[in-house]
Design a binder for this molecule. Structure first.
Ligand SMILES: [Mg+2]
Length: 366
């Protein structure tokens, strides 16, 4: 692929803030709006500002544990007023999928938090508690109280012919103590024992984003998420633009190693990135420049970051709005070289300033 053509839309940036370009933000929750019980610092204020700027907000979560009413109440408590209609959960997506396939009134065994059973009931399905009730499906979603007994019941039901449906297969969830087991880890327990692959209905399946677009009448939606394999891929599959935030589970190394379907259009520290312009990444002298940083790809996987001398590149600089310009340059340089592949680069620094920048992102040194 030509080094002059950036395959990633991250290169185009957004010369005006996303609030002026997109009409509805489809926000993921865990790792975007809150981590554990607490809001991501500054995000409630940023979302209030986005609303004042005319952007509408909807919330799209793979976390199946709670009902839309509970999620909306939590958001409102955290200073982000929302009604249940602004929230869509993967439990609702699973319930819709099961009702479509198995018919209204079908018996379903839920595994997960109260949100799972509530969504099944709301979709007109019959909730049962035991494999002996011969459920047509087992719907498994995240719940902090899920234990061996529920997993065992699910195994018996699936072995008896029930369809195993997973609300999502996120392997991890973010927490103040670092990542912890997500629903995908527990779905893996059931499928490892039964040998059956589950039907997965949450992100990256585009159904939830599509439902949100339908509800809000969005014309130019922007998906805001912290996970590459759910939020960003889901946005791609729904035909929506995406903003990756680094306030959740994705770190800079994970971003650089992303394959094409996991590459976001915009990048920010957190959801306050809705309010700021995003710089372009331009081709220069065999490398890629963003702000004052130049990234150069060499060899198979080598990637070097250098601080350019002030003023040496002409009058294209805009004042940086965050400390991610170097990372944007690295991502575009690496993706231009890897094309369709997902491969981690070997990153090094050309100077002390670049070394400090890389260390700040947990990337390789000089
Ligand atoms: Mg998340």
């Amino acid at each position: 692929m030509s080094a002059d053509r950036a395959p990633a839309s991250l290169a185009a940036g957004s010369p005006t803030p996303p609030t002026r370009v997109f009409d509805v933000a489809l926000l993921d929750l865990d790792g975007v709006v809150y981590v554990g019980p607490a809001a991501v610092p500054g995000v409630p204020e940023a979302l209030a500002e986005a609303r004042r700027a005319g952007m509408r907000l909807a919330y799209v979560t793979n976390n199946a544990a709670r009902t839309p009413q509970e999620v909306a109440a939590h958001l409102t408590d955290l200073g982000m007023p929302a009604g249940p209609d602004a929230v869509i959960t993967s439990s609702q997506a699973a319930a819709t999928a099961v009702a479509e396939r198995m018919g209204q009134g079908a018996r379903v065994l839920p595994v997960g938090g109260p949100g799972v059973a509530a969504a099944l009931t709301a979709a007109g399905l019959t909730v049962v508690e035991r494999a002996e009730d011969e459920p047509a499906a087992v719907v498994q979603g995240y719940g902090p109280g899920v234990g061996w007994a529920q997993l065992a019941e699910a195994v018996v039901a699936v072995r008896g012919g029930a369809r195993h449906v997973a609300t999502n297969v996120d392997a991890t969830i973010p927490s103040p103590r670092g990542v912890l087991p997500g629903n995908g880890a527990l779905v893996g327990v059931v499928s490892a024992v039964t040998g059956q692959q589950p039907l997965v209905t949450g992100k990256p399946d585009p159904a939830m984003h599509a439902e949100c677009v339908r509800r809000t009448g969005a014309r130019r939606p922007l998906v805001v998420g912290d996970r590459l394999d759910t939020d960003i891929e889901g946005a791609r599959r729904a035909g929506a633009a995406s903003l990756l935030v680094l306030s959740g589970v994705t770190d800079p190394a994970g971003l650089l190693a992303a394959g094409p379907e996991h590459r976001p259009d915009l990048l920010a520290r957190d959801a306050a990135g809705l309010l700021t312009a995003h710089p372009v990444v331009t081709a220069v002298d065999g490398g890629w420049r963003c702000g004052r940083w130049v990234a150069t790809a060499d060899g198979e996987d080598g990637l070097t970051l250098a601080a350019s001398r002030s003023g040496s590149r002409g009058g294209t600089d805009i004042a940086p709005v965050d400390d991610l310009d170097g990372l944007r340059a690295l991502a575009v340089a690496h993706w231009a070289r890897t094309g369709e592949q997902a491969r981690p680069p070997a990153v090094s620094a050309a100077d002390d300033e670049a070394a400090r920048e890389l260390a700040g992102w947990g990337l390789g040194g000089r």
